[in-house]
Design a protein around this ligand. Structure first.
Ligand code: 5GP
Ligand code: ZN
Length: 116
């Protein structure tokens, strides 16, 4: 599996830096965002280093998005949000700050909850 030694998310995958993991299989990893925009803010990433949606392997994307509803249901059961945003930024201009593909799951508790 290809990793980038300078990539913070590859370091999390390799266990070189800690993360609060919520789901893992052979292709993807989900963990809590270090900066919780709202309670339960979670990221899901491919284990192979792929920068953005323009590089993302279709099979990996298919698998990753098959896990998203499972995570959403688990977050709903745990945190009892009223809603949930699913967000993916691609490119600096679009707000991407970590250049390893990731999807944000952001539970929503109300209009003034800190997101949007
Ligand atoms: P982006 O702005 O690229 O869509 O989102 C990157 C996200 O990665 C941010 O929400 C940021 O808080 C999160 N993040 C950055 N570094 C780390 C880290 O070392 N650990 C964790 N768990 N999240 C991180
Ligand atoms: Zn990476």
């Amino acid at each position: 599996m290809s990793h980038d030694s300078n990539c913070i998310f590859c370091k999390i995958i390799k266990g070189e830096i800690p993360a609060s993991k919520v789901y893992e299989d052979e292709k993807v990893l989900a963990f809590m965002d270090i900066s919780q925009v709202t309670k339960g803010h979670t990221l899901i990433i491919p284990k192979a280093h792929q920068v953005d949606v323009f590089e993302l392997d279709t099979d990996v994307a298919s698998h990753l998005f098959s896990v998203v509803p499972k995570l959403a249901k688990a977050l709903k059961a745990t945190y009892k949000p009223e809603g949930l945003n699913i967000v993916n930024n691609n490119g600096d201009v679009a707000g991407q700050t970590v250049f390893h593909y990731h999807v944000h799951l952001i539970p929503r508790y109300g209009k003034g909850d800190g997101f949007g």
